[in-house]
Design a protein around this ligand. Structure first.
Ligand code: ACO
Length: 337
């Protein structure tokens, strides 16, 4: 390992222009729900959905342009693409390859991971390690989701459908210049596959015999995401504070030294419980779920971009980024911005 340190050089995000409010879910899709129910349980007011013809990779292209601008990096300088999504354009190859062709950086290695809401943190951990080896210098880390085409947008699927939105977020990770205090301090990751079926999409999959898309996939609803909401809630409010404290302990830091928490956006109620457990005041806990819903792998780069744009994220700040999601997977990054 070289003595290179690594940092987030710039972030950006993109949401498709079509806004779908809670009332729209009732009016346009006929879902038996209400703005009051959704806001009370989740804090979500609206989300964005793609229009016909727009793909996951298209969203990532727009987000990546913004991240490169913010980093002051040219696309020709990118030497690795790391891509997190649970809503890929196609089963294979990975969406990173479709993205690479659309973005126009041929030859650059491109890799997908499937770590759902913790996807961005899993990639940040990899990017941090790869830059620190000295082998890569400008890694594009992307979280991109098109949820709207995979949800059961009917009353039967309402517990899950109201939560999610479409978006992409991106970050450029590269080495710190000498004297630069900005740094990815560490990323702490966990998983517990015992809970894999508490939040999952069963089909299509090669666990089915004799064919990966069972004939009754629509009737059994195995083609739609299923969630044990209460189990997700209980585990998220326990695991996110736990892993933030683990990250702080690793550096002998205290919660009071953290300037800003930019967490995954699963549910405003989850984040309020996490903030309360960690005794973090509201102004230091940055939420965006009200406007975008849960955008899975994109939530953290969206939060970082918005916090920076609103002047709440400034150079030199100590930032904690916890996430929890399907798998279950969870983690936290600690960054000196
Ligand atoms: N609109 C109206 N009513 C609804 C809706 C809806 N969208 N969804 C469920 N209901 C109904 C149910 O049918 C049920 O009705 P019943 O009492 O007649 O049977 C009632 O509301 C209560 O249902 P519960 O599932 O008990 O509702 P709960 O209060 O637990 O809230 C929720 C559900 C919001 C999903 C909650 O469990 C939760 O927040 N879980 C965490 C899951 C989460 O945030 N996941 C995000 C993705 S995962 C991630 O990113 C970590």
């Amino acid at each position: 390992m070289s003595n290179v340190r690594s940092k987030i050089m710039g972030v950006g995000y993109y949401v498709p222009p079509r806004v779908v409010t809670n009332d729209d879910l009732v009016k346009l899709y006929g879902i038996d729900t209400s703005d009051e129910w959704i806001q009370q349980r989740t804090g979500i007011q609206q989300r964005h959905y793609v229009d016909p013809g727009v793909t996951n990779a298209d969203l990532a292209v727009e987000a990546s342009k913004k991240a490169l601008d913010a980093a002051g990096v040219k696309k020709e300088e990118i030497d690795f693409i790391l891509y997190a999504t649970l809503s890929p354009d196609h089963e294979f190859p990975g969406t990173s390859c479709f993205f690479q062709a659309k973005f126009g950086i041929p030859g650059v290695p491109a890799m997908d991971i499937r770590n759902q809401c913790t996807g961005f943190l899993y990639l940040l951990s990899m990017a941090n390690a790869l830059v620190r080896t000295g082998q890569y210098k400008r890694i594009l880390v992307i979280g991109s989701e098109v949820h709207s085409r995979g949800l059961d947008l009917s009353t039967q699927g309402r517990d899950v459908a109201v939560l999610f939105g479409d978006a992409a977020g991106a970050a450029v990770v590269g080495p710190c210049a000498p004297g630069d205090q900005s740094e990815i301090l560490s990323v702490h990751l966990h998983a517990d596959g015992e809970h894999a079926k508490d939040l999952w999409l069963e089909a299509p999959g090669c666990a089915f015999h004799p064919f990966r898309l069972p004939k009754d996939a629509l009737e059994t609803r195995s083609i739609y995401p299923q969630m044990n909401g209460k189990t997700v809630f209980l585990n998220a409010v326990r695991r996110m504070p736990e892993v933030v404290l683990e990250a702080l302990k690793h550096h002998n830091l205290k919660m009071s030294e953290v300037d800003l928490v930019v967490p995954h956006q699963a549910n405003l109620r989850i984040n309020e419980a996490v903030a309360k457990f960690l005794s973090v005041p509201e102004e230091k806990f940055f939420n965006t779920i009200q406007r975008f819903g849960n955008t899975t792998a994109a939530t953290i780069p969206i939060g970082l971009s918005e916090a920076a744009a609103q002047g709440k994220l400034k150079k030199g700040m100590l930032v904690a980024m916890p996430a929890f999601g399907s798998g279950f997977t969870w983690g936290a990054a600690l960054v000196r911005w």
